[in-house]
Design a protein around this ligand. Structure first.
Ligand SMILES: [Zn+2]
Length: 496
């Protein structure tokens, strides 16, 4: 959307969205007056949001609790249960009701209200949300998203470590509310030049199959960035850990070209014992992920979608027994959900990984390392936005074509910063290159195309010789600034 700052009611289901908060007052007033003059004042989303108290005159989202907040009431609620189960369950039942499917929305809502509703403000938010979610999402979807944003803002204000992300999804028969819920595991400020921005490291709590298509995000209406630990873990187990054994040469040219630099950076970032543990298990992790990839690749023809989530140490005995039953049941199918050979590999690899008590802390440490460049990328977005309104407006960029859109320029800035200021610059660049390979038309791809063309090294060729120096020089050359970005010295070794 070109006038993205107006679109407080929109969210993206497939990519990052960014806050629009630094606009001149004059422009906002002018736009509103113009809209009034056009006679659309009562219908325009921004004006409606303003009238309903959802945003202030500067365009920032705001929430004024209906009742005097009672921190004790909030503390008495089992908020983990609410976010892991009750709230996601109700949203699913409400969507089923909306679509005319069999449902038990009344019971799900009663359970949710019985627990979360012990706080008067959460009670009020739920009562207003319910009829919209079940009946009026087409007309009032923006209000529903606002109410759920207000929920998260309220919890944040009282330092309750839960957060949620809602969106309106188009189904073939109706629009429905969709929700992901999170436990906030770590909050830190990350310095960009003389300023600091908040980054929240979150892990998914709901067990729906929704999957973020990003490792981190900076969203419209939020003054903080998030890093999704679950997705960083995916990156680690699928793309980094399997490359750590120098004697197990990757099959893909891209893997071969990036592996030596990644190994060097991971070794330098971890305690020696952790690195040795990951290196010793890299081949097992590669075999495990190869089975997961093969099984998922058959999704078009299989009866069951298996291995949606496979932990860093494989599967437990109960999971393997269940899979054994499926393998026997589907033995004669042309496209089995899982083959006997695949199950055997899963069992062998899982047993070996689960015998290693040092594995968990080593894995956690690698995830914490891999999350750092994601945080740097996201705070660069926050800083660009604070300084230049820069995620909705085009950032000044001497090397960009005039028609390079705002989103691609923002990503150029984020990726350059991640390489320039991360302690694992090759890992940052490699991860960006993987996104390009998977989403060749995304704004990231245009940004990385410009970057890699300028460096003279396409993504498939591996990193340039000194990525940090080059990226800092390119920040000056392209964006006319290069501000240090630093995570706190006490950044943790584990995020879960
Ligand atoms: Zn970005």
């Amino acid at each position: 959307m070109s006038n993205a700052w107006l679109a407080f009611e929109g969210t993206s289901g497939s990519g990052r969205t960014h806050t629009g908060r630094r606009r001149s007052w004059g422009r906002r007033v002018a736009v509103i007056v113009l809209l009034a003059g056009l006679g659309v004042i009562t219908r325009h989303p921004t004006v409606r949001a303003l009238c309903r108290g959802e945003i202030d005159w500067s365009g920032q989202r705001v929430y004024a609790p209906t009742f005097t907040p009672d921190p004790d009431a909030l503390r008495a609620i089992d908020l983990r249960w609410v976010h892991a189960q009750l709230l996601p369950d109700w949203v699913i039942e409400a969507a089923r009701a909306r679509r005319g499917h069999p449902h038990d929305e009344p019971a799900a809502f009663a359970a949710l209200l019985g627990e979360a509703g012990r706080d008067a403000n959460l009670h009020a938010l739920l009562l207003e949300l319910r009829p919209i979610a079940t009946d009026r999402i087409e007309d009032d979807g923006g209000r529903a998203l606002y109410l759920l944003w207000a929920w998260g803002d309220y919890l944040r204000r009282f330092r309750q470590p839960y957060w949620l992300q809602a969106e309106i999804a188009e189904r073939e028969d109706a629009r429905v509310l969709q929700l992901s819920t999170y436990h906030v595991r770590h909050v830190t400020d990350v310095g960009v030049g003389a300023h600091a921005f908040e980054v929240r490291f979150v892990e998914r709590l709901d067990e729906t199959t929704l999957r973020e298509p990003y490792l981190g995000a900076t969203r419209r209406g939020d003054d903080f960035a998030t890093v999704v630990v679950d997705r960083v873990e995916d990156f680690v187990v699928e793309d980094v850990w399997p490359l750590l054994d120098p004697d197990d040469v990757p099959l893909s040219p891209m893997g071969r070209n990036w592996a030596p630099s990644l190994r060097r950076e991971v070794e330098a970032s971890l305690r020696p014992g952790d690195f040795a543990e990951l290196q010793a298990t890299a081949t097992l992790q590669r075999r495990l992920r190869a089975v997961v990839r093969d099984v998922r690749a058959r999704r078009g023809c299989v009866r069951r979608r298996l291995l949606r989530r496979v932990d860093y140490d494989g599967l437990d005995d109960a999971q393997l027994r269940r899979l054994q039953g499926i393998v026997e049941h589907e033995r004669d199918r042309g496209c089995p959900s899982l083959t006997a050979k695949e199950l055997e590999t899963l069992a062998i690899v899982s047993a070996k990984l689960r015998r290693r008590p040092r594995l968990r802390p080593a894995f956690d440490a690698l995830v914490a390392v891999a999350a750092r460049h994601v945080a740097i990328h996201e705070v660069r977005h926050l800083a660009d936005h604070a300084q230049l309104g820069g995620l909705d407006d085009v950032l000044p960029c001497r090397s960009c074509r005039d028609d390079m859109p705002a989103a691609a320029r923002a990503e150029l800035s984020g990726h350059l910063a991640a390489v320039a200021w991360s302690e694992a610059p090759s890992m940052a660049m490699y991860q960006a290159c993987l996104v390009v390979a998977r989403e060749p038309t995304a704004p990231h791809a245009a940004a990385m195309d410009l970057l890699t063309t300028r460096v003279g090294r396409p993504c498939g060729s591996g990193p340039p010789r000194d990525p940090v120096t080059i990226a800092r020089a390119l920040e000056h050359e392209m964006l006319e600034r290069s501000e240090p970005i630093a995570l706190p010295v006490a950044f943790p070794h584990r995020l879960r």
